[in-house]
Design a protein around this ligand. Structure first.
Ligand SMILES: Cc1cc2nc3c(=O)[nH]c(=O)nc-3n(C[C@H](O)[C@H](O)[C@H](O)COP(=O)(O)O)c2cc1C
Ligand code: SF4
Length: 505
């Protein structure tokens, strides 16, 4: 059944651009460019692949508005970068229906020895230079044929550090909320002067800084209101990603996603789905309460159609940001729209991509076939199959984990992975994790003593076609611990003593 009627596939107009659906690829650094910052073949291939998948808007990874040295990072800080960016915009437009918007960034200096420039070190001339660099970069984005531009005011970078509650400046650019907003608003006003009012300008900033003493939705709501009144066309909310709680690594520049705030920025498998949704919900409600209809992009571990629809139906956001889910399977939008959610290769949120970014290595998804450097593409319709004797799935409990083993499936092209489904007791089987094709074993460390679990597997191929569900195996996890409320239960009901002893022995 097609999901074309889903709210996810309702177009949305943002100033002069219309997004064909509500799925947004938020900016995601790929480390595919060289230190020269010029668009190369790898960058083109990566974004054309995303475009073909059908997302409503692609936000191209952060590109520098200034000339400051950095590791591999795209650049838009001089006219010499325009030919490559123009070609990239054209190729993405040719490849898919989505609108294409670059994220533009200014960052401060940082050294391997641990020194980092902070906003209180910037002179009035430096501030003027930042404003002008953003204005000129936004104009270049327009001249290159992009559909809009997104100003990066999130994470550990310059404009976010001005917005921060920990901004140490004691002049008109620090202290009160209006002062902290002064530079971001100046940037926005300058961008409007250069690109005009017929070009969409979005902003990405933090719903919460997620550091001690940092700002929360108490501040992000008025920040959004102020930016929307100053002419922003959409707000995209992120979380955390700060230097303040980053873990230093000897000889390496500080990476702002290594602390707790980094976990909150890219919530891993130990976080619930939609972990940060209360932020866009609050910001959107605040904007609407002020009569502002500015669309809000909600992101943070949103990977299923069901959750995406709930976000739109309950007003937690107007657009769905999906970074890692689209890295794992760029064809997710097309598959959802065709009613083929069961063919999506699901991100397992293990954050290998994040670790690659941290190491300045090319950001690939760990699920992709090795050496392909890209999500696989296939129109094949033949699903994988188990051997005649079946999957041979076994489950055993060992030292706090359930260990699954099975026999490899086969496919006319290639088996890509296995979807592992699990049920507690007699409950229904739901997706639990995925394993790469190369392995025929999986360890589940998230099990409780005294509980029975049932497991089954489905192989999937490069196109995401799912093979048949294997036979289900059950494993009873022994209750090795005395129940923490044992004493309480005994005290309340002395007659229960015998039963409790039997249950825990
Ligand atoms: C490898 C990687 C690079 C990222 N680079 C950027 C970036 O350049 N700009 C940005 O605003 N966010 C960046 N992010 C954050 C994502 O846009 C997104 O907010 C975050 O991953 C949470 O969304 P998700 O759960 O859908 O992945 C990056 C995330 C990852 C995993
Ligand atoms: S590397 Fe892991 S977290 Fe990143 S996109 Fe792939 S499956 Fe998701």
């Amino acid at each position: 059944m097609s999901h074309a009627a889903s709210p996810v596939f309702t177009p949305l107009a943002i100033r002069t651009m219309t997004l064909p659906n509500r799925i947004v690829l938020p900016a995601m650094v790929t480390r595919l460019s060289g230190e020269d910052g010029v668009v190369n073949d790898d960058i083109r291939r990566r974004y054309v692949r995303f475009a073909r998948g059908g997302a409503g808007m692609l936000v191209l990874e952060a590109m520098a508005v200034h000339q400051s040295k950095s590791g591999p990072l795209l650049r838009i800080g001089a006219d010499e970068f325009k030919p490559g960016l123009t070609e990239l915009a054209r190729r993405c437009h040719d490849a898919g229906p989505g609108r294409v918007v670059p994220q533009i960034i200014h960052f401060l200096k940082i050294s391997r020895a641990g020194w980092r420039q902070t906003v209180d070190m910037l002179s009035p001339d430096d501030l003027d230079g930042i404003v002008e660099a953003y204005g000129q970069a936004a104009l270049r984005a327009r001249e290159c044929g992009f559909d809009g531009v997104e100003l990066h005011m999130a994470h550990a970078y310059t404009l976010s550090s001005f917005l921060s509650r920990l901004n140490p400046r004691r002049d008109a650019y620090g202290g009160t909320l209006e002062n902290r907003l002064r530079l971001p608003v100046r940037v926005l006003e300058r961008v409007r002067q250069t690109v005009g009012w017929d070009f969409p300008v979005g902003v990405r900033f933090l719903g919460e800084e997620c550091i001690r003493g940092g700002y929360t939705i108490v501040d992000s709501v008025p920040i959004a209101v102020r930016l929307a009144r100053a002419g922003v066309d959409y707000v995209s909310l992120s979380a955390g990603g700060k230097f303040e709680d980053a873990r230093p690594a000897p000889g390496e520049p500080l990476y702002p996603y290594t602390g707790y705030s980094g976990d909150r920025c890219m919530p891993g498998s130990n976080y619930p789905d939609g972990a940060n949704l209360y932020m866009p919900e609050a910001v959107r409600a605040g904007l609407r309460a002020h009569g502002l209809s500015t669309p809000v992009i909600a992101a943070g571990k949103v990977g299923s159609l069901d959750l995406a629809e709930r976000i739109l139906e309950r007003g937690l956001g107007d657009l769905i940001g999906m970074a890692r889910a689209l890295l794992a399977d760029p064809d997710l939008p097309r598959k959802w729209q065709a009613g083929r959610e069961d063919a999506v290769v699901r991100c397992v949120y293990g954050n290998v991509c994040k670790a690659l970014d941290e190491a300045f290595r090319r950001v690939d998804c760990t699920l992709w076939p090795k050496k392909l450097g890209q999500a696989p593409e296939s129109d094949d319709a033949v699903p994988p199959a188990w051997p005649a004797a079946g999957a041979g799935l076994t489950a055993e409990y060992r030292e706090g984990r359930v260990l699954l083993r099975w026999t490899a499936a086969t496919d006319n092209e290639a088996v890509y992975g296995y979807q592992i489904v699990r049920a507690e007791g007699d409950g229904i089987l739901v997706h639990h994790s995925s394993a790469r094709a190369g392995s025929a074993r999986f360890e589940d460390p998230r099990v409780l003593g005294g509980q029975t679990y049932r497991y089954a597997l489905r192989p999937y191929d490069l196109a995401g076609n799912r093979g048949p569900l294997s036979a289900t195996v059950a494993v009873a996890v022994p209750d090795e611990h005395v129940s923490p409320d044992w004493d309480v239960r005994v005290a309340r009901d002395p007659g229960a003593l015998e039963a409790c002893t039997a249950a825990t022995s």
